[in-house]
Write a new protein. Structure first.
Length: 294
């Protein structure tokens, strides 16, 4: 199935347009997947704690004519029960670390959580937006990247990768410098905001200023992030659910870096000869710099 046609993508793409009661339905469906396809409308209503008309509004908002069509779509898309999967997704979503946790169980839980987050990210990648973002990056005179805290390391990774292939990219950790740079961007430039929560005030403000200056904008965030998405021409959503222990460091950064690598490799392939020639030049420079004669 094309990622843009999946109901998981449709739910996450529409999430911030839903009413609060409809978001409860969306949260339940995203968490439970296939099992919802076995429920009657009344059963789902009781489980979620919302009215049946609310559920009908929800299913229609994502393109289904009614509840029966919605259940069939879930059955087709989610496939068999999650117990058939290598990892129990509900366990991973509810992952937490406390003093009673067995150390030997941590590696498999963390790798499993990471795998699920990356798989979820892949499911909701919009290929048309991905191609458009590559073109936006390639055609921009200046590329500003905004991110603070954990997202700041992702912003630095974007800058480092883009500089290696000759793109004019800058990333500053100081929020005042970010806003000053954003205010001087033009329609020939691009701003990228990185924020898992989507509500980091410094990053949102910098992207807002960039957009008001006429620049094109891209956001890397979670699907439940309405603030930063408001100022983004293109939004890339990361997969995975929040956990109760420092989830942004553990999972979201890996998903964000995967999207960065997707964009980087897409740019390379868009003009392979040009960018590989630039990379060879940089690699030779670094090799000569690090070479020590005996």
């Amino acid at each position: 199935m094309n990622h843009t046609e999946s109901y998981e993508y449709k739910i996450k793409n529409m999430y911030n347009l839903l009413r609060s009661s409809e978001k409860k339905v969306a949260d339940y469906v995203l968490l439970n997947g296939h099992s919802v396809s076995t429920m009657t409308l009344a059963e789902l209503s009781r489980q979620v704690g919302v009215s049946e008309p609310t559920i009908i509004r929800f299913v229609k908002s994502i393109g289904c004519s009614g509840y029966s069509e919605f259940k069939m779509a879930l059955m087709k898309e989610w496939g068999r029960e999650s117990v058939d999967k290598q990892y129990d997704s509900k366990l991973l979503v509810e992952l937490h670390i406390d003093r009673d946790e067995k150390i030997e169980d941590v590696p498999v839980k963390m790798i499993g959580l990471t795998i699920k987050a990356l798989e979820d990210t892949l499911k909701i990648i919009d290929i048309d937006k991905y191609k458009k973002a590559i073109e936006m990056i390639r055609s921009s005179n200046i590329i500003d990247v905004y991110g603070v805290g954990n997202s700041g390391s992702v912003a630095s990774d974007i800058r480092n990768k883009f500089l290696r292939i000759g793109l004019e990219c800058r990333a500053y950790s100081d929020s005042n410098i970010q806003q000053i740079c954003a205010s001087h961007l033009t329609s020939n430039d691009l701003a990228i905001g990185v924020s898992h929560s989507g509500s980091t005030i410094d990053t949102v403000n910098a992207l807002k200023i960039a957009k008001e200056s006429g620049a094109r904008t891209i956001a890397l965030t979670n699907f439940k992030a309405p603030a930063i998405s408001e100022y983004a021409d293109i939004t890339f959503f990361t997969g995975g659910e929040e956990t109760t222990f420092y989830s942004e460091t553990m999972v979201s950064r890996i998903s964000q870096l995967a999207i960065v690598d997707m964009l980087y490799m897409g740019i390379l392939l868009d003009d392979y000869d040009l960018y590989t020639k630039r990379l060879e030049k940089i690699n030779l420079l670094l090799k000569e710099k690090n070479y020590t004669k005996k």
